[in-house]
Design a protein around this ligand. Structure first.
Ligand SMILES: Cc1cc2nc3c(=O)[nH]c(=O)nc-3n(C[C@H](O)[C@H](O)[C@H](O)COP(=O)(O)O)c2cc1C
Length: 357
């Protein structure tokens, strides 16, 4: 009898570090991915990502000093997740945040491995941390690469996030459901744009695909198209280790496809979220914030903003789901159970191996 060929998922090299599995847990703010979730993913051999934005929301003194408490918490969470997992930990920072630079400094100080840079252009890439920009088009990838190249730097990897993702989307509302903006097409676009930069850099720039990736087979298929790995959000939000309140997770697993909607966010981008009382109230205009508590976003047009995203996301994380903004990906209707990270990763890798055979 011939020996059965053993299939293993490919490992992934990024910035001199080796991931045992080609899976990245997407950063999820506010407080959805902190040390617990990121540590659990890192322990399984992927990259666990802490979302920096207002991450100290459940720490003492947050109400009085949200930024100061969050910066301190970020340092502690990074150290804790790294120590407990002995794995690779990233930090997600949105450039649209007023205090993006402060969060970045805190991430470098606490020795996070990678910075995942979303929602805006990073003009002055810092040293001392791996850099992974998140883009939604080949054009955006090219702009970043050109800008950084002039400073003698290339990213360690690039995440291309398609319109099926959860949270803020880097698309116009009318692009979200058009087939020419599919993840497959965007991936191809990014791979084409980065080729000449890879030659100049003398190394590969791995491209990670995100948005709507649900099964191990999905990971296999997107990697067949040239992605080096997958970034997944929604499925990790419905794990036992996800740092949000159980009521937030239950909203996700009880949702059906027709519960999903596209909202305008004060970040100046559309976002994908679950319909609820909160969004009904936003429609009727009775969520307009009187006071701005944290000046969290450069792009927020307070007092004309339809709602305070700072309060809405904190409410969601704490389980006050009727008064919160519940971000989710387009596949949320398929998630029916809250499971441990270990089980989810086992399922994803198992599915990948079956598809690869
Ligand atoms: C609840 C939630 C919060 C999110 N918050 C952020 C965030 O703060 N920053 C960011 O870059 N992406 C954020 N995302 C996007 C994820 O990191 C990830 O790229 C995306 O969800 C992938 O699509 P999927 O959910 O279909 O797997 C969020 C997604 C969800 C579901």
């Amino acid at each position: 009898m011939g020996k059965e060929k053993k299939f293993n998922p490919p490992s992934l090299e990024i910035g001199g570090k080796t991931l045992k599995i080609p899976i990245i847990q997407g950063g999820m703010g506010v407080g959805i991915s902190l040390d617990r979730l990121s540590g659990a993913v890192a322990e399984e051999g992927g990259i666990g990502v802490i979302a920096a934005v207002l991450c100290g929301l459940n720490e003492k003194g947050f109400a009085k000093n949200p930024l100061g408490v969050s910066l301190e918490a970020l340092g502690e969470y990074i150290k804790r997740a790294k120590k407990n997992s002995k794995g690779i930990i990233g930090v997600n920072v949105m450039m649209a945040l007023t205090d993006a630079d402060e969060y970045i400094k805190a991430a470098i100080k606490a020795e996070a491995d990678f910075l995942f840079i979303g929602a805006g252009l990073m003009r002055n890439p810092p040293e001392g941390i791996g850099l992974i920009p998140i883009v939604s088009s080949g054009r955006a990838a090219k702009i970043i690469l050109k800008l950084w190249e002039d400073k003698g730097l290339y990213p360690d990897a690039i995440v291309v996030e398609g319109p099926k993702a959860g949270g803020h989307l880097g698309f116009k509302k009318d692009q979200i459901f058009k087939s020419e903006f599919s993840l497959e097409i965007l991936l191809d676009d990014v791979l084409r744009e980065i080729k000449s930069f890879e030659q100049k850099a003398g190394r590969k720039i791995p491209v990670i695909a995100a948005g709507g990736i649900y099964t191990g087979e999905d990971i296999f298929r997107i990697m067949e198209l040239g992605a080096s790995g997958a970034q997944i959000g929604t499925r990790f939000a419905a794990t036992q280790e996800c740092d949000a309140n159980i009521r937030f997770k239950k909203m996700l697993i009880n949702a059906e496809e027709n519960d999903i909607t596209i909202v305008d966010s004060p970040a100046g981008l559309p976002g994908r979220a679950l319909k609820n009382n909160f969004l009904e109230n936003v429609k009727t205009g009775n969520r307009r914030p009187v006071k701005c508590l944290a000046k969290c976003l450069r792009t927020c047009k307070h007092p004309d903003t339809p709602y305070c995203i700072f309060i809405a996301l904190i409410n969601a994380q704490r389980g006050n789901v009727n008064n919160g903004l519940i971000f989710c990906g387009s596949n949320v209707g398929r998630v029916k159970k809250i499971i441990p990270v270990k089980e989810l990763i086992k399922e994803l890798i198992g599915g990948y191996i079956v598809a690869a055979k």
